[in-house]
Design a binder for this molecule. Structure first.
Ligand SMILES: NC(=O)c1ccc[n+]([C@@H]2O[C@H](COP(=O)([O-])OP(=O)(O)OC[C@H]3O[C@@H](n4cnc5c(N)ncnc54)[C@H](O)[C@@H]3O)[C@@H](O)[C@H]2O)c1
Length: 353
C-alpha cells in the first residue's frame, strides 16, 4: 500500500520489504548507502532489516544512544565526522532507521551535510510511523528548547514496516498513540470513534488513517504558514512540558505523554473560547485518561513553561498561538489565549488529568 506524499512516496509494507528492496536495487543502485540508527533499534530491529536487504548489511552504520537526550548538535557533529571519515558525498543516501529522534536528527543532518544529501526514512516506533517521518520537518533540541534548530527537508521515500512495532515497549506505543488521538481530534470524528474502540492488536489501519490526515494538511500547506498548524494541537503546552522535564534531572516525560497532557489543557481552552462543548471536553478527557497517567508538574513552574511557549517557533514574543477544537474532528489555527487562561488550563489538568 502506498500514499503519494508531498514530493515522495510513503509505503506501508504488509509483509516483506518489497518496495524498499525495489527502491534500493533500482533508484539507489549507483548510490552509497549509510545508516543512522540508535542503540535500541539496532538491538531489536537491525537483524530483521539486514536479513531482508543485503545492501544495507554492509553499509556504514552510525549508532546514537537511544532517547531524546541524543537529539542535539553534538550528535549531529559526530555524525558529520563519521560521514566525512567514510567519504560520504552527494551520491550518498542516509537511511534513517529508528524512531522520531533518529528521523528528526538524521533528516536535519542530511539537509546540511555538503548542502544536502538524500534520505530514506525507515521509522520503527509508532510515533515515527504515524507522524514524525511524515512531512519533512527535521530538527534537534538546543538551549533546552525542543526543535530549536531545524529545516524542512523532504525524504526520497518513507518505508513503514508495522512488524517492527512488535519489539516496541508499551509505554512507547502509547506515546505514539497520542499523535493518533491528535489527528482524530483536529480532523476526523470517524477516526476518533474508531480509536475509542482500538484494541492495540493491529496498527495497519491506524498508520494509514493518521498518515492520510497528516499528509492532506501538509499537501495543502507544506511550509506551515496556514492549515498545517492544526497539527500543533496539544503541542504548544505539550512541548513546554516536554522541554521542562528535558531540563530537569528527573525521569523524562515522553513526547506523546507531554502531548496528551497538552491536549487536555488545550481542549479546556477550546471549551472556554472556541465553542467546544462540555460533553465533548469530558469525552476527550475520559479517553486520554484511559491511556495516560497524570504528569506532576510543580505549581511554581508556570513562568518557566510560559518562557518555553514564547520560545516556540509558532509564537511571537508577546503572543502564544494555539490550534483549538471547534468540536471533535474540526479545529481552527492561529487562536490566542491569554496568560490567565493558559494557567487556568494547567490547573484544570492538575484537577482533571
Ligand atoms: N518531525 C516531525 O514532524 C515530528 C512529529 C512528531 C514528533 N517528532 C519528534 O519525534 C520524537 C519522538 O519520537 P519517538 O517517540 O519515536 O522517540 P524515539 O526515537 O526516542 O523512540 C522511542 C524509543 O523507542 C525505541 N524504539 C524505536 N523503535 C523501536 C522498536 N521497533 N523496538 C524497540 N525499541 C524501539 C527507541 O530506541 C527509543 O528508546 C521527538 O523528538 C519529537 O519531537 C517529530
Amino acid at each position: 500500500m502506498y500514499i503519494d506524499g508531498t514530493g515522495y512516496n510513503i509505503y506501508i509494507e504488509k509483509e516483506g520489504f518489497d518496495n524498499l528492496k525495489e527502491y534500493i536495487s533500482e533508484k539507489a543502485k549507483s548510490k552509497r548507502l549509510f545508516i543512522l540508527t540508535d542503540t535500541n533499534v539496532y538491538q531489536h530491529c537491525a537483524s530483521i532489516l539486514f536479513e531482508n536487504i543485503e545492501q544495507l548489511k554492509n553499509a556504514p552504520c552510525f549508532t546514537i544512544q537511544s532517547g531524546e537526550k541524543s537529539k542535539n548538535m553534538e550528535k549531529v557533529m559526530d555524525l558529520f565526522h563519521f560521514l566525512a571519515d567514510n567519504h560520504a558525498n552527494r551520491d550518498t543516501i542516509l537511511v534513517c532507521f529508528g524512531g522520531g529522534v533518529v528521523t528528526d536528527l538524521g533528516g536535519f543532518a542530511a539537509s546540511i551535510y555538503k548542502r544536502g544529501i538524500d534520505t530514506l526514512l525507515l521509522p520503527t516506533s509508532l510515533l515515527a510511523q504515524i507522524d514524525a517521518s511524515i512531512g519533512g520537518k527535521t530538527g534537534i533540541d538546543a538551549n533546552g528548547i525542543k526543535n530549536l534548530i531545524g529545516s524542512f527537508y523532504m525524504p526520497k521515500g518513507v518505508f513503514i514496516f508495522p512488524g517492527f512495532l512488535k519489539s516496541l515497549p508499551e509505554r512507547e506505543i502509547k506515546s505514539g498513540y497520542a499523535e493518533a488521538i491528535k489527528h482524530a481530534l483536529i480532523d476526523n470524528k470517524g477516526y476518533w470513534n474508531y480509536l475509542k474502540e482500538f484494541d492495540f492488536t493491529s496498527y495497519d489501519r491506524m498508520i494509514f488513517k493518521s498518515i492520510e490526515i497528516k499528509d492532506k494538511l501538509i499537501d495543502r500547506d507544506p511550509k506551515e504558514s496556514g492549515e498545517r498548524k492544526k497539527l500543533n494541537f496539544g503541542h504548544t503546552i505539550g512541548h513546554a512540558i516536554e522541554s521542562y522535564f528535558l531540563n530537569q534531572n528527573a525521569e523524562l516525560v515522553l513526547h506523546g505523554e507531554a502531548v496528551a497532557a497538552g491536549m487536555i489543557c488545550e481542549s479546556y481552552i477550546s471549551y472556554k473560547i472556541q465553542g467546544l462543548s462540555e460533553i465533548e471536553l469530558k469525552e476527550i478527557i475520559r479517553e486520554i485518561k484511559k491511556h495516560f497517567t497524570k504528569i506532576t508538574i510543580p505549581d511554581n513552574s508556570f513562568e518557566e513553561l510560559k518562557s518555553y511557549m514564547l520560545n516556540d517557533k509558532k509564537n511571537s514574543i508577546y503572543e502564544i498561538n494555539f490550534t483549538l477544537l471547534d468540536a471533535i474532528g474540526t479545529s481552527s489555527f492561529n487562536r490566542k489565549a491569554d496568560d490567565t487562561l493558559i494557567q487556568e488550563s494547567l490547573l484544570f489538568y492538575y484537577q482533571n488529568g
